[in-house]
Design a protein around this ligand. Structure first.
Ligand code: FES
Length: 150
C-alpha cells in the first residue's frame, strides 16, 4: 500500500479521539491484514510509538498480522457441536486443506478458524464459510462444500 493511502486514512480520522482503532480497521479493510510496513507507517503518521500500535493490534482479535484467505471457515467447537462430532469436521478440513487451525492456505483461498459457538446449535455440527452456514455436517460432505469456494 502506498504511504499516501495510509496518510489519507489517518487524515480521515485525525479529529476523532481514539482514532487508532478506526485507522487500523480501515487499513485492514484496504489490505486484508496489517503488515509490519503498514503499522510502521501508521505509527509515524499518527506520531505514536510503534509499540503502542502493536499492543492495540495484538490485544483485539479483530486485527490480523498475517494474510487471510478469501474465504474464512469457522468450524464450531462448542459443546453441542463437540458432542455431535465437530472435531471430526475440523480434522477433515485440516486434512483436505493441509493446514492447521488458525492457518491460511498458501494460495490464500481459505483461512481456518475454530470458534466457540456459531449460534446454530440445533444444526450441530456446524461450520460457516464466508458467512454461509452449513449444519448437520458429516466428514464426507466437506470436500463438496469446499469446492464451491474458489
Ligand atoms: S455449539 Fe456449535 S453452533 Fe452452538
Amino acid at each position: 500500500m502506498p504511504a499516501e493511502t495510509i496518510k489519507q486514512i489517518v487524515a480521515r480520522y485525525q479529529e476523532e479521539k481514539g482514532a487508532l482503532i478506526p485507522v487500523l480497521q480501515a487499513t485492514q479493510e484496504a489490505l486484508g491484514y496489517l503488515p509490519p510496513e503498514a503499522l510502521k507507517e501508521i505509527a509515524a503518521a499518527m506520531d505514536l510509538p510503534l509499540s503502542t500500535v502493536y499492543s492495540v493490534v495484538t490485544f483485539y482479535a479483530q486485527f490480523h498480522l498475517q494474510p487471510r484467505g478469501r474465504h474464512v471457515i469457522h468450524v464450531c467447537q462448542g459443546t453441542a457441536c463437540h458432542i455431535r462430532g465437530g472435531n471430526r469436521i475440523l480434522n477433515r478440513i485440516k486434512e483436505l486443506l493441509q493446514i492447521d487451525a488458525g492457518e491460511t492456505t498458501p494460495d490464500l483461498r481459505f483461512t481456518l478458524e475454530p470458534v466457540a459457538c456459531l449460534g446454530a446449535c440445533a444444526l450441530a455440527p456446524v461450520m460457516s464459510i464466508s458467512g454461509d452456514t452449513y449444519g448437520h455436517l458429516k466428514p464426507d460432505m466437506i470436500a463438496g462444500i469446499l469446492e464451491k469456494y474458489q
